[in-house]
Design a binder for this molecule. Sequence first.
Ligand code: URA
Length: 233
Amino acid sequence: MRLERFISKHTEHSHKTARLLVASGRVCVEGEVCRNLKQEIHQFHSVSLDDQVLQHRQAHYLMLHKPSGYLSATSDPVHPTVMELIAPELRPHLHIGGRLDRASSGLLILTNDGLWSRQLTDPQRKSPKVYRVTTAYPICPDTPDRFARGIDLKPENLTTSPADLELLAPNEVRLTIYEGRYHQIKRMFAAVGNRVIRLHREQMGAINLDPTLAPGGSRSLTQHEIASISPRL
Ligand code: URA
């Protein structure tokens, strides 16, 4: 929303008065006087009028090394949730961008920026998600080809988009998928007669799990990592 509209929406001033306030240098955006009525204001811009703070909300972007056994949920009566691994003061603000099953481990991203997390998980963007997968049985020679052609998933009756499989050991692969459907990887392996016994997410888009983070550890994303998904709008 533009600054002029923002001021009239967040105060009792009319559009006309809002224009005058901005022109007379009484409005600050990000701590600087802003006289541009057309300045776009997003949810994390700080905006003040004289000494009155009209909006101040800090954006948070975290990566967590999710240990297996934790639910990707904000609360649960039975199982521990990933929120219990996050600083208590941040918990009420964060949501999860791309869940992992309880038994899965690896890269989990939490944020309070809904527009950004929508981009992170938007299937239209076809951004890669990379997983290390251990299977119960050796990988069949035709599995890479079947995954590349797409696997039919019931009950949705849809075909997964092409996935890349790199064989690391007889029972271990690195799998890259470009979407994120419910239990997708487990269901893909089940469809070729195999079973996932360990699933670890290494990467989402251009964001890699920081190798210095132990299971349960978290850190803020860097500006570079944030901008790799989308520059703040
Ligand atoms: N696919 C799955 O089956 N489980 C996950 O946790 C992530 C992707």
